[in-house]
Design a binder for this molecule. Structure first.
Ligand code: JB2
Length: 207
């Protein structure tokens, strides 16, 4: 089993630990946090250091995963992803054994597919993206990098989601719609038409 560092020790980290433990493919080495986090462990895994220690931790560990979540902005996850890449960490894609990822689907580095998610045939998902618990990405859909497809969200067949988007919990995206980059689609909404880049979509109200 390879040892892996988890970067960020909050709520999403707990959910990621649950997935990683279920895979039995990884040994969680510990958590890397921000200096003022005030925590020393997460679910029994020690905080081994802070972001400024990543360079020295790299001498001992080759694998890492960004485990901060993403609600309002992808900036933190992107900054941490870039920092890990600059230090030559390998960021694996991680798939829950209780998810289904079709043989012909592709996942970018550092992307996690969580419990009970479904990723259909021909789907392409970029790097550093969260496919959260029970999310459903149907056949031939495309989801960009640094996205969060939240719990129970549905991206129907051949729909596309640009980079750096949040698709909120229980959103339904109609088949074939194109959601641009940097969009936030609010929880529970139905996306029936394509959305341009940088749209904040909260149902009837589009800004
Ligand atoms: O610069 C940082 C940094 N800033 C915040 N470096 C590192 N290494 N860690 C950082 N953090 C840490 O991210 C915080 O100290 C905190 O431990 C964690 C954020 O935890 P929180 O529970 O606030 O949110 P989350 O991002 O893990 O989870 C959100 O997103 C998930 C997708 C929540 O809304 C969850 O409910 C949601 N499932």
């Amino acid at each position: 089993m390879n040892a892996i560092l988890l970067i960020g020790g909050g709520g999403h980290c707990k959910a990621a630990i649950d997935v990683l433990e279920a895979t039995a493919a990884w040994r969680i080495a510990g958590i890397v946090e921000r200096r003022d986090c005030g925590i020393s462990e997460v679910m029994g895994y020690k905080v081994l250091g802070f972001d400024e220690d990543l360079c020295s931790l790299r001498k001992h560990y080759a694998f890492a995963l960004v485990t901060c979540g993403q609600i309002k902005t992808p900036k933190l996850r992107m900054r941490l992803f870039d920092a890990l890449k600059a230090l030559n960490f390998t960021l694996p894609s991680v798939v829950s054994p209780r998810a289904h990822v079709a043989r012909s689907a592709t996942l970018g580095e550092g992307t996690i597919v969580m419990h009970a998610a479904h990723v259909g045939p021909g789907v392409r998902i970029g790097a550093n993206t969260i496919v959260n618990t029970r999310a459903l990405i149907e056949h031939d859909a495309v989801v960009g990098s640094h996205c969060h497809v939240a719990t129970a969200a549905i991206v129907n067949g051949a729909a596309t989601v640009g980079d750096r988007c949040l698709i909120g919990s229980s959103v339904v995206c109609r088949e074939g719609v194109a959601i641009g980059a940097d969009c936030i689609v609010g929880m529970g909404t139905r996306v029936l038409k394509s959305l341009p880049d940088s749209t904040l979509f909260i149902g009837a109200h589009v800004t």
